[in-house]
Design a protein around this ligand. Structure first.
Ligand code: FAD
Length: 491
């Protein structure tokens, strides 16, 4: 509901992100919508995440297979599973979809990086379904997520691109060209047979639906890279194991196994062969900024625990009274503010881009059709046909230009590696200053250190993200070519 005075959380958000305070002068309703999201995440943290984060981290070191479904069920109340689902479908993604997501994950990860990742990875799984414009599945899968969430039942999605023999290689066109791909999708009558393995998949052991990339010809992975919607119930699919993780343990990293998994033609998201541009680069352009927000949240959590520790009396003195600690605290503030500024620069740029498509009357008019028609077989068949997909693509692509999405990818990579490195720098310094002690704050900061480390690795290692920035900004060799509708074979 429209409110004149922001709440205490709202005041904090506006103070910490002055750009949002400035935007609120022009769009109070829009920014207050983001604030309400953050308020929900703050309540979730106090009620659910903070009371169990440390214990869960310790338990999952002993029992990596264990999973706490309470953290997922409780998240339904705050609509966290709908963060990436467009409002037209009853979801929470409005005109500030990327910024809302980023601020929500910063808030969640300020309490626990692992619980935050368990919730954020779901939205990563949802993104290819939204970004590919696979509208035939929106009325089924995305609606199901929204409807079940309202009943308190989390329906989880996961995003699977990494293979045992190819991690960094599947995230960059130049590397994919020479990658040793293990998984293959063989064309058969009516669809594809998927064989192979994916690894390190966040939420993979809990998810019901998966967005999965695979080559239809392993010798030409770049040209044949394709995104599929896979359902857990499909015969031949299994999740045989989870990793013992060093950090963010509350979120499983699972292996996915495919043995002759038949995936119908209707479950190809976008077009066969557009998996690098449509299935990976556009997703990374949107999601690497929020990974920066995950790192920022973990750093903020560590900072708060460190600050509490500096106020405790040790040997008759408080650390905070020493100048070197005061200067360290100021440096930590600088790292957090720089990080937030970078991920917000990315997310606001992303909002401007996606808003053009998602709020356009052409897009909205598709939802004016009666629900019965939208869920009919004939309509689904049309949307899944070559011409149906091309038409939806034409609408999307009209508003998303190659240069804009390439610029967004660069901003996302910049935010991702800077926030992750800043987070590690801040937390390392806090640990050094605390030294070896048995305070509860040190336990938290040590956990934050392990949690933050992983943000340097996933969504492309920081090395890869630096190369992306170089290739876009300096060499000019990396350009996302958004798939063109009605032109077969052009990526
Ligand atoms: C906690 C966690 C969660 C994850 N969640 C998911 C998920 O949900 N879905 C998913 O698909 N994947 C996920 N991953 C996988 C993640 O994206 C990969 O781990 C990552 O891309 C790195 O791949 P790799 O581990 O194979 O490392 P490698 O690619 O083997 O890299 C090893 C090292 O070599 C460097 N390197 C490699 N190639 C180059 C190059 N050409 N130039 C310069 N340096 C290079 C890397 O930067 C890195 O330092 C997750 C990983 C982790 C740790």
């Amino acid at each position: 509901m429209f409110r004149k005075e922001p709440s205490e959380i709202g005041k904090r958000v506006l103070k910490d992100s002055p750009i949002l305070a400035a935007l609120r002068e022009h769009d109070r309703e829009g920014i207050d919508g983001i604030i309400r999201l953050v308020e929900g995440c703050d309540e979730y943290n106090r009620r659910v995440a903070l009371p169990r984060a440390l214990e869960l981290d310790q338990r999952m070191e002993r029992e990596p297979e264990y999973f706490d479904w309470v953290i997922m069920r409780e998240a339904c109340r705050y609509r966290i599973f709908s963060l990436a689902i467009p409002e037209s479908l009853g979801g929470m993604a409005g005109k500030y979809m990327v910024t809302g997501m980023a601020l929500a994950v910063e808030e969640l990860c300020s309490a626990c990086g692992g619980i935050g990742l368990a919730l954020a990875a779901h939205s990563l799984g949802v993104s290819p379904l939204v970004a590919s414009g696979a509208m035939a599945h929106w009325e089924t899968v995305l609606r199901e997520i929204v409807e079940e969430e309202k009943k308190g039942n989390p329906v989880v999605m996961a995003y699977a691109i990494t293979e045992p023999s190819a991690g960094t290689d599947v995230e960059e066109p130049e590397f994919l060209q020479v990658a040793k791909i293990g998984m293959e999708a063989k064309k058969v009558n009516g669809g594809y047979l998927l064989n192979g393995r994916k690894c390190f998949i966040s939420g993979g052991s809990e998810a019901k639906y998966f967005t999965v990339t695979a080559a239809t010809d392993r010798r030409r992975p770049l040209e044949t890279w394709t995104t599929f919607l896979v359902e857990r119930e499909m015969p031949g699919f299994s999740t045989p194991r989870v990793e013992l993780k060093m950090g963010q343990r509350a979120c499983h990293a699972a292996e996915l196994n495919f043995e002759d998994v038949f995936v119908p033609q209707s479950h190809v998201l976008g077009f066969e062969g557009d998996g690098m541009a449509n299935g990976i680069l556009i997703i990374m352009a949107a999601s690497r900024g929020p990974v920066g927000a995950i790192a920022t949240g973990i750093a903020r959590g560590a900072y708060q625990h460190f600050l509490s520790w500096t106020k405790t009396v040790r040997g008759g003195k408080r650390p905070i009274d020493q100048e070197r600690i005061q200067m360290a605290l100021a440096d930590m503030q600088a790292l957090i503010q720089e990080s937030r500024g970078l991920y917000l620069a990315h997310s606001l740029c992303g909002d401007a881009l996606f808003r053009r498509a998602f709020t356009h009357p052409l897009f909205k008019s598709a939802f004016l059709l009666p629900r019965k028609l939208r869920t009919s077989r004939a309509y689904s068949a049309f949307l899944n046909s070559y011409y149906g997909k091309s038409m939806v693509n034409a609408i999307f692509r009209r508003f998303i230009r190659d240069e804009d999405i390439t610029d967004m990818l660069s901003k996302a990579s910049l935010a991702k590696f800077t926030c992750a490195d800043n987070s590690m720098e801040l937390i390392s310094r806090a640990l050094e200053l605390m030294g070896v002690n048995d305070s509860p704050e040190r336990l938290w900061v040590e956990k934050c250190y392990r949690d933050a480390k992983l943000t340097q690795i996933y969504e492309g290692t920081n090395q890869l993200n630096r190369l992306v920035v170089y290739n876009v900004e300096i060499a000019g060799t990396l350009k996302i070519e958004v798939p063109r509708p009605f032109k077969r074979g052009v990526r």
